[in-house]
Ligand binder design. Structure first.
Ligand code: ATP
Ligand code: MG
Length: 552
């Protein structure tokens, strides 16, 4: 992955120090998703950071599925995560599953029991909550805390064999019920769950908890820098305790950074799953979703996402990033990559009454105004065209320079046309406009006779292909004051999707395939939708509009 993490960040500095001091001669990082949903843009930040550091310091980067919770995990998620990480350019050196370490984890649990550092507890979860105490009050010791080593070994073994029901017993670390750090108050390290696991199937009915499993996973893989988000800061002492007391050979170091939060965006797999399950979106890859697969379908490029992740940087305190910043980076990237074309999204028929009937000429138009090397294409032009409804006004407002009766404009890449007539239906709506053209004014002919104040785009009515255009607004309205404090499902933008049926010039999209990127003049950057496009009809997603007031 070509990352430009040139800007100094505190994690990078730690790594430099560790390499300079000889603490490590090679770093290993990892991205450890739980396969309980699709990845989102927040995960991209972690992938770009971890893989970028490994690449910069010639270390290794692992993809590890943190699959210790059988009830929520699924192979569908495993596959989607692999695809998304690969697509982003997060080239992993090795791929691991935490569930392949269950034997080692179980042995470590036995080791803790033997050292008098773990016990089987029969308190209900409610009782356990009561015993835990609060931030200001110490907890109370469980009555099961002083079971003998033999009894604990026997009970854990029987838990593993399936003799108890879910929730009947747990294994807890025996640390300190009075610790000011609540994570130290005898945290649960194993629980019973009679559920089939996507990888280990029915081999286990007890599963390790995150706080116990994660440090062991990191240590087994020789992870040197275990980068996670800020909410785990208070868990770090426990992380270190597990590594030490489980007598792990490698000692990884946990480093926390601020998670990415964005305006107008929900950033949690649980909430995103709810949007999918309740049919508010058409799947995890709905182009309005902040998932990697959604952004891909929307038309984002991996480069734009990586550039965004590098630009937001790595910090130690939580903040909110303006979602327009992500749009800025895709615009930058597509400026050069997308070829331009003319598409009309809200068509209005324009008839050139003095243009010969039945004749079509091919006009040469450049593919990318910013890049000549992209060449030119031939665009058919004839007597009947479509233009945008908004490019005509029967009664023009002030400073309106586009078409109105008596006014002349340039048709992009073609001729000047002057509006002579307006045709209406029985409801008085404009259905067609009539113009005359001036053959002298052909684009590229060097005509200097007179000037017009506007250029409008068009497509040839006969040759054009019909197409569907899907325009998006943010799915979540969170910047409106009245929405504050509301549940996210109450903040859904009812106008987040607008579907228009229009036309597109034929040549530019002749061999268009899913994911191809276009700049439709004036209308924005678009990509061919991978889900709804058929052999008969191209469906385009608007990636982003052409302009924004947002500045970096
Ligand atoms: P979510 O809350 O969305 O379910 P998670 O943290 O539970 O996310 P994991 O699959 O456990 O999801 O995350 C894998 C990795 O991605 C973790 O190292 C986590 O810290 C990181 N990560 C998750 N969300 C973000 C975010 N918003 N910004 C940066 N990193 C993130
Ligand atoms: Mg999680």
């Amino acid at each position: 992955m070509s990352n430009e993490i040139n800007s100094s960040n505190f994690i990078r500095n730690i790594i430099i120090e560790d390499l300079d001091s000889g603490k490590h001669n090679k770093i290993i990082t990892r991205f450890p998703p739980e396969p309980n949903g699709y990845l989102h843009i927040g995960h991209a930040k972690s992938i770009v950071l971890n893989s970028g550091l490994a690449e910069e310091f010639k270390g290794k980067f692992n993809l590890r599925f943190d699959d210790t919770n059988p009830t929520k995990e699924d192979t569908e998620y495993v596959e989607s995560i692999k695809e998304d990480v690969k697509w982003l350019g997060g080239n992993w050196d090795e791929i691991f599953f935490a569930s392949n370490y269950f034997d080692t984890m179980y042995e470590k649990a036995i080791l803790l029991i033997k050292k008098g550092l773990a016990y089987v507890c029969d308190l209900t979860s409610e009782e356990m909550r009561e015993y835990r105490g609060t931030l200001t009050e110490p907890g109370k010791e469980s009555p099961y805390r002083n079971r003998t080593v033999e009894e604990n070994l026997d009970l854990l073994e029987r838990m593993r064999k399936g003799e108890f029901k879910d929730g009947e017993k747990v294994l807890r670390a025996k640390i300190d019920m009075a610790s000011p750090n609540i994570n130290f108050r005898d945290p649960i390290i194993y629980r019973i769950a009679h559920a089939e696991h996507h990888n280990t199937k029915d081999k286990w009915c007890i599963y390790p908890m995150y706080d116990f499993a994660h440090p062991i996973e990191d240590a087994i893989e020789g992870i040197t820098h275990s980068i996670c988000t800020l909410e785990f800061e208070d868990h770090r002492p426990l992380y270190d305790w597990i590594v030490k007391e489980c007598e792990m050979e490698n000692v990884p170091r946990q480093i926390e950074f601020a998670r990415l939060n964005m305006t107008n965006t929900v950033m949690s797999k649980r909430k995103l799953k709810q949007l999918v399950d309740e049919g508010i979106v058409d799947g995890w890859d709905d182009p309005r979703m902040p998932t990697i697969s959604g952004l891909r379908r929307r038309g984002y490029t991996p480069e734009s996402i990586r550039n965004f992740c590098n630009a937001i940087g790595v910090a130690k305190s939580n903040s909110l990033v303006d979602s327009q910043m992500l749009e800025y980076f895709i615009r930058e990237d597509l400026q050069l990559k997308a070829s331009s074309a003319m598409a009309v999204m809200k068509p209005l028929k324009l008839v050139i009454t003095n243009y010969p009937e039945g004749e079509t000429e091919m006009l040469e138009i450049e593919n990318n105004a910013k890049d000549e090397s992209k060449g030119k294409r031939l665009v058919p032009f004839s007597r009947e065209l479509y233009i945008e409804q908004e490019d005509f006004m029967e009664v023009p407002v002030k400073k309106y320079f586009r078409l109105f009766p008596g006014n002349e404009v340039r048709l992009k890449g073609a001729y000047f046309v002057k509006c002579t007539d307006v045709i209406k239906n029985e409801n008085g709506e404009v259905v067609e406009i009539h113009c005359t053209y001036d053959p002298e004014t052909k684009s590229g002919s060097g005509f200097k006779g007179r000037k017009v104040k506007a250029t409008i785009h068009w497509v040839d009515a006969k040759a054009a292909k019909s197409a569907e255009f899907r325009l998006f607004e943010p799915l979540i309205l969170d910047d409106v004051e009245e929405n504050e404090g509301k549940h996210f499902l109450e903040q859904i933008n009812p106008n987040s999707l607008k579907v228009l049926q229009g036309f597109i010039e034929p040549t530019a999209v002749e061999n268009a395939k899913s994911q191809d990127k276009f700049q439709f003049i004036r209308n924005g950057f678009f990509t061919v939708d991978s889900k709804y496009t058929t052999d008969e009809k191209l469906v385009f997603n608007r990636i982003v509009s052409l302009k924004s007031s947002f500045r970096l």
